[in-house]
Design a binder for this molecule. Structure first.
Ligand SMILES: [Cu+2]
Length: 372
């Protein structure tokens, strides 16, 4: 008996003919260059047939269709810059107290056009909110678990074991609440994620987000200007075009392999919605890799080179003049570059694992001259 097409098409075999939109629709290229969609069987489809897609993309190398933000309630473009700075007050000792409120929620999200994924989320979005604080702030993170499974928030930062977000130290049951309280240290580009077991399940379901700690210029007299430029709200910081990119992927058929890859969740979103860059202003990217199942992820920039600050914990670059960096899971860093000496135009960026790029982790910068 012939094996159904959806069983014969392994992820990598599909790639030789095209791309996978996954979770139900496998997209390949027909000989005439038109994409085809193969549906796995369910009660309403007795047979497996390849049919011509009704809404082919103009670009045969990327996923078809587009994901609107209305259904998900979040938009990858907005996520580039929507810093969550919390509620700010002052402690009796004069220090800043920054309070964040986060809810664990089950939510079905759309990760490519027509491809739904049953996510576990922080505040109903994947990645969760980008938490941003200043070095030395006292942080209070109130986590309420409104989801169906036990969850936690484990921060990559300096803190006590009792609030580490692992079992027995802030892992909480559905309906419960926990407060993680610690100082924002060290400065850098960090992350948080759920640390419930099995860990790979909770991370791959979507429970992670970026955690940025800006340096306090008063603590860095040797590099005040650099520290100022990183501190949100300063005039020096406003000169920069800052973006947060969380590299992730989704295992839509639960075989412990990813079917789609992305920055900020939606496959190929930044191919369809290029990121507008002012030619004259420098760019700073807070890059975080949370990809599960694949050992390594990477970022490659076209037509340009960048300086890199591993973990963001230094004010001088740890790598200079590179055009590619690789990151293992939970590794992160800051990229800085400029297009000031370039022609305007569309410059690509993507994972240099070609397979990841073809499955969604690829985007464009639209570098334009902005009249002052
Ligand atoms: Cu969890």
């Amino acid at each position: 008996m012939r094996t159904p097409i959806w069983q014969r098409l392994s992820r990598r075999r599909v790639l030789s003919g095209g791309i996978v939109a996954a979770g139900g629709a496998i997209v390949g290229a027909l000989p005439n260059g038109r994409p085809a969609v193969a549906q796995p069987p369910d009660a309403s489809h007795g047979a497996n047939v390849a049919t011509t897609a009704t809404h082919a993309s103009a670009n045969p190398m990327i996923t078809v269709g587009d994901v609107g933000s209305a259904k998900n309630g979040f938009d990858p473009t907005a996520m580039l810059t929507d810093w969550e700075t919390g509620t700010v007050s002052q402690l009796p000792d004069g220090r800043t107290l920054r309070t964040f409120e986060i809810e664990g929620q089950d939510k079905e999200i759309e990760i490519a056009s027509g491809v739904l994924f049953p996510a576990w989320t922080y505040n109903g979005r994947v990645p969760g909110p980008t938490l941003r604080a200043t070095e030395g702030d006292h942080l209070r993170v109130v986590f309420r678990n409104r989801a169906s499974h036990p969850h936690s928030m484990h921060f990559h930062g300096i803190h006590a074991a009792r609030i580490d977000g692992v079992p027995g130290a802030g892992l909480i049951e559905p309906g419960q609440e926990f407060v993680y309280e610690f100082d924002a240290l060290p400065f850098g580009c960090h992350l948080y994620h759920c640390h419930a077991l099995p860990l790979r399940r909770h991370i791959s379901k979507g429970m992670y987000g970026a955690f940025i700690v800006d340096p306090d210029p008063a603590r860095h007299p040797e590099s005040v200007a650099v520290a100022q430029s990183r501190l949100l709200g300063t005039a020096e910081n406003k000169e920069w075009q800052e973006l947060v990119m969380v590299m992730n992927g989704f295992d839509t058929n639960f075989d412990r392999k990813n079917e789609t890859y992305a920055v900020n969740t939606i496959a190929h979103h930044f191919m369809k919605h290029p990121i507008r860059i002012d030619h004259d202003r420098p760019v700073r990217i807070y890059l975080v890799n949370v990809l599960e199942f694949d050992l390594i992820n990477s970022f490659h920039l076209h037509g340009n080179f960048f300086d890199y600050y591993d973990h963001g914990t230094t004010l001088i670059p740890t790598l200079t003049t590179v055009d590619t960096v690789m990151q293992c899971q939970a590794q992160r860093g800051i990229l800085e570059f400029t297009y000031r000496k370039h022609e305007t135009g569309a410059y690509m960026f993507h994972a240099h694992q070609s397979e990841f790029a073809e499955l969604g982790w690829m985007g464009m910068f639209d570098v334009v001259a902005v009249a002052s």
